[in-house]
Design a protein around this ligand. Structure first.
Ligand code: ADP
Length: 176
C-alpha cells in the first residue's frame, strides 16, 4: 500500500463515542431504533435526540447506511450501518459487510468529511469472524482512499487491544 494511503489510516483501541472525528459509524440493526453493544453506547452518549431522529428514518436494509446528526456526541454525524448477521459465510455476508463500509465512505465523501471512525461492524452479537471482517474492512477502506479525496482520514476504532492488533497486523501485512 502506498504510504500516502497509510498516512490516512489510524487504528485505535477506544470507545468510539469519545472520539473527536467528523463522523462515527454505528453498527446498527435494521430498525435503527437502538440496541446493545456499540449501538447502545452511541445512543447513551448522544442522548434521546438521536433516537427521535432515528424514528423518522423508517429503518434501513442490511448493507445500507443512514446518516443522522451527532446530537451530544463530539462527532457531527452518525452513519448508521446495518451489518449482516453471520450465518455460514455463503449467504451474501461478505458483500453486505463490504457495502456497509462503502456506503458509509460514500456519504462521508458526499459531505466532504475530514475524518470517519468505524467500529468492527458485525463482529459482536452478529457473529462475524473477526479476521474475515477485518480483511473486508481494510480492503474496502484502502480501495476507497486510493480513488477518493474524502474522507481525508479513516479511524478503525477497535474495542480492545486484541482487535487493534488484528488491524495493525493486517495493515502491516499489506504494506502499510
Ligand atoms: P454487531 O451487532 O454489528 O455485531 P456489536 O455492537 O455487538 O454489533 O459489536 C460490534 C463491535 O463493536 C464489536 O467489535 C464490539 O466489541 C464493538 N464495540 C462495542 N462497544 C463499543 C464502543 N463503545 N466503541 C467501539 N466499539 C465498540
Amino acid at each position: 500500500m502506498a504510504n500516502v494511503i497509510a498516512d490516512r489510516i489510524e487504528v485505535v483501541s477506544d470507545d468510539i463515542t469519545r472520539l473527536d472525528v467528523t463522523m462515527i459509524v454505528n453498527a446498527a440493526n435494521s430498525s435503527l431504533l437502538g440496541g446493545g453493544g456499540v449501538d447502545g453506547a452511541i445512543h447513551r452518549a448522544a442522548g434521546p435526540g438521536l433516537l427521535e431522529e432515528c424514528r423518522t428514518l423508517g429503518g434501513c436494509p442490511t448493507g445500507g447506511v443512514r446518516m443522522t446528526g451527532g446530537h451530544r456526541l463530539k462527532a457531527r454525524h452518525v452513519l448508521h450501518a446495518v451489518g449482516p448477521v453471520h450465518r455460514d459465510g455463503r449467504s451474501g455476508e461478505p458483500g453486505l459487510l463490504r457495502s456497509c463500509y462503502e456506503e458509509a465512505l460514500r456519504l462521508a465523501h458526499e459531505h466532504q468529511a475530514e475524518s470517519v471512525a468505524f467500529p468492527c461492524i458485525s463482529t459482536g452479537v452478529y457473529g462475524y469472524p473477526k479476521d474475515e471482517a477485518c480483511r473486508i474492512a481494510t480492503d474496502a477502506v484502502i480501495a476507497w482512499l486510493e480513488s477518493h479525496e474524502y474522507p481525508r482520514r479513516v479511524v478503525f476504532c477497535c474495542f480492545g487491544e486484541a482487535d487493534a492488533r488484528l488491524y495493525r497486523d493486517r495493515l502491516a501485512a499489506i504494506g502499510a
